[in-house]
Design a protein around this ligand. Sequence first.
Ligand code: F6P
Length: 357
Amino acid sequence: MKRIGMLTSGGDCQALNAAMRGVAKTLFNSKEQVEIYGFLEGYKGLIYGNFRMLTSQDFSGILTEGGTMLGTSRTPFKTIREPDENGLDRVDAMLQTYYKLRLDCLVVLGGNGTHKTANLLREEGLNVITLPKTIDNDLWGTDMTFGFQSAVNIATDAIDCIHTTAASHGRVFIVEVMGHKVGWLTLNAGMAGGADIILIPEIPYDIDKVIDKIEERDKNGSRFTIIAVAEGAISKEDAALSKKDFKDKMKNYKFPSVSYELAAQIQEKTGREVRVTVPGHMQRGGSPCPYDRVFASRLGSEAGKLILKGEYGFMVGYKNREIVKVPLEDVAGKLKMVAPDASIVKEAKLLGISFGD
Ligand code: F6P
């Protein structure tokens, strides 16, 4: 008999359900007797003992469904050791729920913050297996996270739509893409959508270089320019500030996001009409794309295999086209960023895309 707990934590993304289905199907199809407990709304469910026992029926028909059938929430790692408003020790509460249900393993689907807590639970003695979810693709130890390809599709669709209207009006258009502190999503959607300028956090931009590119396009007879801007993009001047000075600057920041600051600068310096489009949480929504359905199912199934073998303490990831198991202690707390000299960046530059550097 295997008793498994399962939860999804942090921002949702496409293919969470597909991944859980992959784990469950593999377990239910084995010779083992299996009980699966689904904790509701992320770590909160584990802390407060909020769960549902899940049967094979619960995992049926969910392959194509976006969101997460368990619900999710953010439980910031940096305050996890602080007691809740009623004085409850949240780490201890999670351990108690695990032991009360006599679980053999906890399956956690999440991104960076979620992995830090998952690793803490491992250090506290729990058997944990994790699966890498996030549209940001910023988890260390895996070349790919599920949700990412679906989000690339949506962000690319947004840039495609903007292309036609930008061309008609001869405007400069900024499309702001999610991705938190990394540029994977913007880089991929930007290249797929034929953006002329791509600005990502890993390559701080110089506003004059951005304007040079717009003017170069003007001279060449292109009436419009598309700029894909990561929500975390940063100018060279801001990147040079100390953490404290940057925080101080942000206290009086009058723009909703970096894209609007850029738009104002471009408008002021060139007199061109600039528009900003922010697809926002649409990028995390809707049905997973076929790639993510297959990918998440494979990861889920490998996680099921590890559980059946009793191998715990790993994230199931993807490296060099192979599904791999990565020790949780190696994953927790590390970001996978775009290297400014990565070959994809060099290739994009050869295509004439400016990174504003
Ligand atoms: O980590 C996924 C992500 O969508 C990031 O790209 C974005 O910065 C963040 O979550 C938004 O978080 P929230 O849903 O809490 O607004």
